[in-house]
Design a protein around this ligand. Structure first.
Ligand SMILES: [Ca+2]
Ligand SMILES: [Ca+2]
Length: 416
């Protein structure tokens, strides 16, 4: 009898599966008959039905994506806090617990095309300014929807799209806690247009036009000529990314530029009118490329990456001394374990001939070479514990050579 029950139960399982597809009418009578004849118990019937439920493919349609409702608000942010200790000429000679980076960002979308982006700069637990406020509009040209193209425009105060370090030059998103020696970056008021092809290596063209000068209290442009930037980027193979950027501030008179090179934005000494131009080439190769986006680099799931940049700049000073030079970096990061990574970078900012500048509070630096070694522990998907040792070597100074400004940083960093 037991063997018969096993056979009947097995058959019943298959039969219930078929019966679920066929009409249900009349099945109940058959089940009642099988129970009555003692060929199956109620408990065995329940077990068969529950097994059926677990193997039957869902016949319900996949849940449709919820229709977005507008206006929509998205809140995001990041922070890094911890302990920093520098040499006597650095920023923290006494050692200090600090919050070197804290940002809060609001993305408000009034409709499906437009998003108003505002980011608060709360570094060192102070309200400093709004890093940017802009309106981003995506794919609003009907004819473009028929093409393998995507167009995004931004108008307002934006981050200039120049080079690659600018997209991760902070204590959270960079593999290392500090930036490279040149850290070329800037925010300015203007208009950006980004055109991306969805095929053929995803080439990307980014163009921008900006006021150029740093803001007074009125945020107006002190000269008619506008600054502009251009960048082209390409991913010829999935593990290799390449970009080239160009910037021209055009006439700034004696105002400072919004485009920073090594923290230097002021006019060259003696200049009655000046302008800044820069060109940069960037490359990145990922070993065992993962699925995460290239930015932020610290959250890469590739096994390792190597990236580098080389740039040239010229500060043309009418009535003063030109300030030209070049810069670059080489950076490597290696995920030695799913939870642990290590990273290192060498970078340089080098002024030509007799030119020099104040870099990180150290005056008359002709050449800065920065060596960084660090790593991190992935506490969770979004929170890291990071450590870095940084050596800054200044040379070519007229007053003295290398200043004691090396730095140790131990940080907890997170983003949401
Ligand atoms: Ca201008
Ligand atoms: Ca030094």
């Amino acid at each position: 009898m037991r063997n018969l029950r096993v056979v009947v139960c097995g058959c019943l399982g298959a039969w219930v599966l078929c019966a679920s597809v066929a009409e249900a009418g009349g099945n109940d009578a058959l089940i009642r008959l099988l129970i009555k004849k003692g060929l199956i118990t109620e408990q065995e019937l329940e077990t068969a039905q529950s097994e059926l439920a677990s193997i039957t493919p869902s016949t319900t349609a996949p849940a449709a994506a919820p229709t977005p409702t507008y206006p929509a608000l998205k809140l995001s942010g990041r922070w890094a806090l911890g302990f920093l200790q520098s040499g006597a000429s650095g920023s923290d000679p006494n050692g200090a617990f600090r919050i070197p980076d804290a940002k809060l960002r609001f993305d408000v979308s009034p409709d499906a095309t437009n998003t108003l982006v505002t980011r608060l700069n709360l570094n060192n637990a102070s309200f400093n300014n709004l890093d940017y406020v802009y309106l981003e509009s995506k794919d609003f040209l009907p004819w473009l929807k028929e093409q393998p193209l995507s167009l995004t425009t931004r108008i307002g105060r934006v981050k200039m799209d120049f080079g690659e370090e600018t997209w991760s030059n902070n204590s959270i998103e960079g593999a290392l806690s500090s930036t490279s020696a040149a850290n070329v970056s800037g925010h300015d008021e203007g208009l950006q247009a980004i055109l991306t092809w969805k095929t053929m290596g995803s080439p990307r063209l980014s163009l921008g036009i900006f006021n150029g000068n740093t803001n007074g209290t009125t945020f107006t442009d002190n000269t008619g000529p506008k600054a502009y930037s251009a960048k082209v980027a390409l991913t010829p193979i999935s593990s290799f990314y390449l970009s080239s950027s160009f910037f021209d501030s055009r006439a700034l008179k004696t105002s400072a530029s919004e485009f920073s090179i090594g923290g230097v934005t002021t006019a060259p000494s003696g200049a009655a009118n000046w302008s800044r131009r820069a060109w940069e080439l960037d490359g990145r190769y990922d070993l065992k490329k993962g699925k995460a986006a290239l930015n932020p680099p610290v959250f890469t799931d590739s096994r390792a990456y190597l990236r580098g940049a080389y740039g040239l700049f010229g500060d043309d000073a009418k009535g003063g001394t030109d300030r030209n030079g070049d810069y670059g970096f080489l950076e490597a990061m290696w995920n030695i374990h799913p939870k642990w990574y290590t990273a290192a970078r060498w970078s340089i900012l080098d002024f030509d001939q007799e030119a020099s500048a104040t870099l990180g509070g150290i005056t008359t630096v002709k050449r800065l070479q920065r060596y960084q070694l660090g790593g991190g522990f992935r506490w969770s998907e979004r929170t890291l514990l990071k450590g870095e040792w940084l050596w800054d070597r200044e040379s070519g100074r007229t007053s003295a050579d290398d200043a004691p400004n090396n730095q140790l940083s131990l940080l907890a960093a997170s983003q949401f």
